[in-house]
Design a protein around this ligand. Structure first.
Ligand SMILES: Cc1cc2nc3c(=O)[nH]c(=O)nc-3n(C[C@H](O)[C@H](O)[C@H](O)COP(=O)(O)O)c2cc1C
Length: 386
């Protein structure tokens, strides 16, 4: 199936699956343990109904959103994804350039397979930086200083990795550091020659921001110790707030009391996220966690939501329940896997056109005005609006 016949993000996912060796596809596609949370993320969106209103003039639709002083074309951006070049060569730069071209934010991951400096240049003013607080304070300070020097204005601190997620698919695929070419991996590569040849040309991806430090790593445990810390606490966040002069967001908030603490510490925003269902299998889908968080935040910070967005209407659902903005992770990544730059463009276009169509169908000319009144009352009361 050609890219032009891909009607949805799910179609792009299937196309990517056919072009990428299983171990590399699973690395991005998989979730924690039995993947209950991964499945629930998308399923829960479907439970949120919006009721269309008609005979409203929707001949001109406005999807622009201003966030932290910058106006973006649509209310979604690219979430930070580590090691994405293993999924498709050059994926990081492809997506950073896409975000610049389409005027949406691109979040460069600490664990990206391209350096934060190269990504800042490619995203050219549309880049934000995502930080994993390391158990080595010097590593964290070094990354912050580099992010400042590279001109990032927004720092997104990820809170939801006190321990690495247990991803059963990666264990079954025997993913290891350093990467091992087992006979099974060689066979999977042989079955996907385009991926294999392009990957060969680009070289084995690594976590580029830590390249020097990780040269000596011999296990996942080593990598994790550098990337994350189980000792990251609210006191550390307080220090980060003082240290970072730009906009500060905390990513991975699911509990209203954690949202309250972020507001009290002077954060500029939070990302309601469960890491795309990759951390735990037992947690809530973000769209279900959102309303209680929005109540507590009450306009004091920006609320961004990710995890499970696969349709333009999901972005409207999130807005109706209190999110100012959203991020797609796999949604855009599948596009790159499905067809490199053209695939990334197709993924963006699918989400954008679905969003625009849904906005018109809903009868709200401006995305800014989507709110609680769009939520269907049929489901709660059993009787429709009067
Ligand atoms: C393969 C993969 C790697 C990820 N790496 C990071 C990361 O380095 N830092 C981070 O904060 N979040 C990371 N995330 C989580 C995403 O930023 C985002 O929360 C998630 O993808 C949203 O869910 P979605 O993929 O269903 O849209 C990663 C997600 C995936 C799928």
């Amino acid at each position: 199936m050609g890219l032009d016949r891909a009607a949805s993000i799910d179609d792009l996912r299937l196309r990517a699956k056919r072009r990428i060796p299983r171990f590399a596809f699973d690395l991005v596609d998989g979730g924690a343990e039995n993947e209950r949370n991964l499945r629930r993320n998308s399923a829960a969106f479907e439970e949120v109904e919006l009721t269309p209103r008609y005979m409203v003039d929707v001949s001109a639709l406005d999807t622009q959103v201003t966030l932290f002083g910058q106006t973006y074309a649509v209310p979604f951006g690219m979430a930070p994804i580590g090691m994405l070049n293993a999924f498709w060569p050059n994926a990081d730069l492809t997506l950073a350039r896409l975000c610049k071209a389409q005027n949406i934010p691109y979040v460069a991951s600490s664990a990206a397979s391209t350096t934060l400096e190269q990504l800042a240049e490619a995203a050219d003013g549309n880049g934000w930086f995502q930080l994993y607080v390391s158990s080595d304070a010097d590593v964290t300070d070094g990354l912050i200083a580099r992010a400042e020097a590279a001109g990032y204005g927004t720092l997104m601190v990820t809170a939801d990795v006190p321990a690495a997620g247990k991803r059963d698919r990666d264990i079954r695929n025997q993913l290891a550091v350093p990467f091992r070419f087992t006979p099974e991996v060689v066979l999977q590569c042989a079955l996907n020659p385009r991926w294999a040849l392009t990957s060969l040309r680009h070289g084995t991806p690594n976590v580029a921001n830590y390249a020097d430090l990780l040269q000596s790593a011999t296990s996942y445990a080593d990598v994790q110790k550098t990337l994350i810390t189980p000792g990251f606490t609210w006191d550390d966040l307080k220090r980060l707030r003082t240290r970072w002069k730009g906009k500060l967001l905390v990513k991975g908030i699911l509990h209203p009391q954690d949202a309250e603490k972020c507001a009290e510490l002077g954060c500029d925003g939070i990302v309601v996220s469960n890491h795309g269902g990759r951390q735990v299998a037992f947690g809530p889908p973000t769209i279900e966690a959102l309303p209680a968080i929005a109540d507590v935040v009450d306009g004091r910070m920006k609320i961004i939501l990710d995890s499970g967005i696969r349709r333009g209407a999901d972005i409207l659902r999130a807005k109706a329940l209190g999110a100012d903005f959203t991020f797609a992770g796999r949604g855009l990544a599948y596009g790159v896997g499905a067809g490199g730059q053209a695939g990334a463009e197709r993924a963006f276009e699918i989400l954008q056109l679905e969003l625009i169509r849904a906005l018109g169908q809903l009868g709200v000319p401006s995305f800014r005005d989507v709110g609680k009144s769009e939520l269907s009352t049929f489901r709660q009361s059993g009787s429709g609006p009067h």
